[in-house]
Write a new protein. Structure first.
Length: 373
């Protein structure tokens, strides 16, 4: 039984049950997928091949939500983990291996608990990790109560827990794959994950945090720091104010979505009508031009392609065609007769020459056997 009354206040949200399915992968392991289409798996239970596939899917934008290793949770529950003392206001830089955790404890007084406590972890090399908060059990073991996954914020990855005495909120980034499919829907649902944290206040005593390495292959470098809210009074009020504005904006988004959908439907209708009207106007103008062109006694010009002209013979009256054919035949016969008579006369009048006539560049000439003077 957890010692909640002596350490924690604030009601925990009841999570609605969601349907889930299991996707088998090589090696007998399974990937759990809930109704929100997010994959959830324990990386420590995967072999190398399956881990590579999971890393590739994550790079491609498939949302893969990892869980804390069952081995780590079991060791914490049995009280067999090593816990390091962490001082308020100090920071520690360490490296945690993948799918393992570093545990820390911090002691706070009643005044410090009233002023609030903040635990933050960041990684300069953008390693993936989880920030965990554990409750102390009666048997001395630790049970997981809260967890925050690291997110990219600028040039680092970071996660934080804020126990400031008033309701604070946690926010999960939108699914990038879903946003690519429906950008409008993703925008209006962007603040749906802005929900109050389960625990927002701590009691005086000892509290336990842990940093869990969540990289696929390599260890995670991180810096952890626990500070008291007494040193940050202005930031405390600014956080309360900005989160109140976000809540107001989330309520306004619901109303704005209805207005946007209505206007978008009207815009789509007007766009379709615009296209139809443009086509109608073009058709009417075309008919008008055709009517204008019909005011003439000249026969309309028939355009034919050069290909059709080459294939089809020229059209002329039958009598003209016969006359043209006879005329071409007479001219051809006349030319043939002229060539034949010239050859016959030359053969009769002139004896056969001893040396044949040669041609050079198509110019006929005779070989002159006379010697020059």
């Amino acid at each position: 039984m957890a010692m909640t009354p002596s350490h924690l206040t604030g009601s925990k949200r009841s999570h609605s049950p969601t349907t889930s399915c299991q996707i088998p992968i090589r090696g007998g392991s399974t990937i759990h997928q809930d109704s929100s289409q997010e994959l959830e798996l324990d990386l420590s239970s995967l072999n190398t091949v399956n881990t590579v596939f999971a890393a590739l899917f994550s790079k491609l934008g498939v949302p893969i939500k990892t869980t804390v290793s069952a081995t780590v949770l079991e060791e914490a529950l049995n009280g067999s983990v090593m816990v390091s003392q962490l001082q308020l206001g100090s920071s520690v830089q360490r490296k945690v291996e993948k799918q393992t955790a570093h545990f820390y404890s911090v002691d706070i007084t009643e005044k410090q608990a009233k002023m609030g406590l903040v635990c933050r972890v960041h990684s300069n090399d953008k390693s993936k990790f989880k920030l965990l908060y554990f409750e102390l059990e009666e048997n001395g073991g630790l049970s997981l109560a809260l967890q925050e996954d690291s997110v990219k914020t600028g040039k680092v990855t970071a996660a934080g827990m804020y126990f400031l005495g008033f309701p604070v909120y946690r926010f999960e980034q939108n699914n990038l794959a879903a946003a690519a499919k429906d950008s409008d829907g993703a925008f209006f649902k962007r603040l749906d994950s802005f929900q109050p944290c389960d625990i927002h206040e701590l009691k005086p005593g000892t509290h336990f945090f842990a940093v869990y390495g969540d990289n696929f292959f390599k260890s995670a470098n991180y810096t952890i720091e626990v500070v008291c809210g007494e040193s940050f009074p202005a930031e405390k009020e600014m956080l309360r104010s900005v989160e109140a504005k976000i809540l107001t904006k989330r309520a306004e988004l619901s109303k704005f979505e209805s207005e946007y959908r209505e206007v978008l439907a009207k815009f789509t209708e007007m766009t379709s009508k615009y296209t139809q009207e443009m086509q109608t106007i073009d058709q009417l103008l075309k008919e008008r031009n055709e009517i204008h062109a019909s005011y003439t006694n000249n026969p309309p010009l028939k355009r034919s392609s050069s290909r059709n002209k080459a294939k089809s013979p020229s059209k002329m009256p039958k009598n003209d065609a016969e006359k043209h054919h006879q005329k071409e035949k007479k001219v051809k016969d006349h030319c043939m007769e002229g060539y034949g008579s010239e050859d016959d006369n030359s053969s009769e009048k002139k004896p056969k020459e001893r040396f044949p006539r040669k041609k050079w560049l198509n110019i006929p000439f005779k070989l002159d056997r006379r010697k020059s003077c």
